[in-house]
Design a binder for this molecule. Structure first.
Ligand SMILES: [Zn+2]
Length: 418
């Protein structure tokens, strides 16, 4: 790795005996994280200081260490900024803070909302900061990186006045981001529609929609909040996640009574998402009449354009087998990297989605609904969908590798083996 990279990746040398150590350390860590486009910061206490990790484009990596041995503690400093009582650092806590940095940073980036979670460890409190971006890479439906046909499908879904649209995928697959992009699409439309969200917790702030967060102290559940929101003259509702039978029932009920509902499920594909709903107690016929579409999604890191610009990609050479092409792409991405991609070889991400509609005569949706109703296994549901021409995430990822947008190693990291 070259030296200009290291200076950009590293935290400045700080003296733990300095009385401003904690303040300077927090300033340096937050400034560097924002500069790198990190979504999360981990301040991991060790016997002799703190290890600092950033999550960038979904991948966690160590970005430096802070020395211990003084009286200052950067995690306690973060707790002060978030208004948390530092004398209670032996219990897990969560708080929010608004960060504006130096006068210069405030002018260029404004105030950035962050969420701090503190957890006690043997070496002292561990802090994890989630940076809540008001503007991100996937602001609108058109910036998700989907093809024209899929964009059109999403816009059509946004125009509906009732039904349930489900996002499927593991944590960190961009489900929430896509739901926000859909809500922005709806909020920008005319005439204005009443949009509300019930989140646990709020992850991004969006203008012109009404966002709510569950307060753990109030005892309010997602299901009870959803039932109240329905009576708030709302037309479009986002419930961050369906994870219990009560929320599943409330979401389906609302979708059948003139509300367009967006929500997410922790499931690996469309078949398992539909099955999950029935496992949560939603009868087959209500899945069929309530669910408009399931969007199964993942995020793939894009190959950095800067450090791969001079390497010609041979994907146009049709005589290459796809495995040879994939191997070449792998070699490309593991190049030394550059300052733009902070040495990773990747920069930014692209969403890949399989969208299955159940509200049209789409043969794939019909096959899935039929096999679900017949009580078939997930495997049989998948086979039935493929027989009707379903294009799954592996198929889509392969086309991105072929076009040199991403590489086989990244596809393997995200999707595993077929
Ligand atoms: Zn690069």
């Amino acid at each position: 790795m070259t030296s200009h990279l290291e200076t950009r990746l590293n935290l400045p040398e700080l003296n733990p005996k300095d009385e401003h150590f904690a303040v300077d350390a927090v300033n340096a860590v937050l400034t560097l994280a924002i500069d790198c486009g990190a979504s999360d910061i981990h301040l991991q206490p060790r016997a002799a200081g703190w290890e600092i990790l950033f999550r960038v484009d979904g991948v966690l990596s160590v970005r430096g260490t802070l020395p211990g041995g003084g009286s200052g503690d950067p995690v306690s400093r973060m707790m002060v900024l978030a208004g948390l009582p530092t004398y209670r650092s032996g219990t897990p806590m969560e708080g929010r803070l608004a960060w504006s940095g130096t006068e210069d940073e405030k002018r260029t980036q404004g105030t950035i909302s962050m969420r701090l979670g503190v957890f006690p460890t043997v070496h002292g409190p561990r802090g994890v900061v989630r940076i809540l971006r008001q503007q991100g890479a996937f602001e609108t439906v058109s910036s998700l990186g989907l093809d024209d046909e899929q964009q059109k499908t999403l816009v059509t879904l946004c125009e509906q006045t009732n039904g349930l649209v489900l996002l499927s995928g593991p944590a960190g697959s961009g489900k929430t981001t896509t739901m926000y992009a859909l809500l922005r699409e709806i909020a920008a439309g005319k005439p204005r529609r009443s949009v509300m969200t019930i989140e646990d917790p709020v992850e991004t702030l969006v203008e012109s929609i009404s966002q709510s967060e569950l307060d753990p102290v109030s005892g309010l559940t997602l299901a009870s909040a959803l039932k109240s929101a329905v009576r708030q003259d709302s037309e479009v509702l986002l419930v961050s996640e369906i994870r219990d039978p009560e929320t599943a029932e409330a979401a389906v009920q609302a979708s059948l009574t003139g509300h367009l509902i967006f929500s997410s499920l922790h499931s690996t594909d469309v078949a398992s998402a539909l099955r999950r709903l029935t496992q949560l107690g939603v009868p087959h016929h209500l899945v069929r009449s309530g669910v408009r579409a399931v969007i199964n999604q993942r995020l793939l890191r894009r190959i950095c354009k800067t450090c791969h610009a001079d390497q010609t990609h041979s994907s146009s050479d049709q005589t290459h087998s796809s495995s040879v092409r994939a191997r070449q792409a792998t070699v490309h991405a593991t190049s030394d990297g550059c300052a733009d991609c902070t040495g990773t070889g990747y920069q930014g991400r692209v969403a890949i989605s399989q969208i299955v509609r159940l509200d049209t005569r789409d043969p794939v949706g019909e096959a899935l609904a039929d096999t679900l109703q017949a009580g078939e296994s997930i495997q049989k549901m998948r086979t039935a969908a493929r027989e009707q021409g379903a294009v799954d995430l592996h198929d889509m990822a392969a086309s991105y590798v072929q076009r040199g947008v991403t590489d086989a190693a990244e596809v393997y990291r995200v999707l595993g083996k077929r």
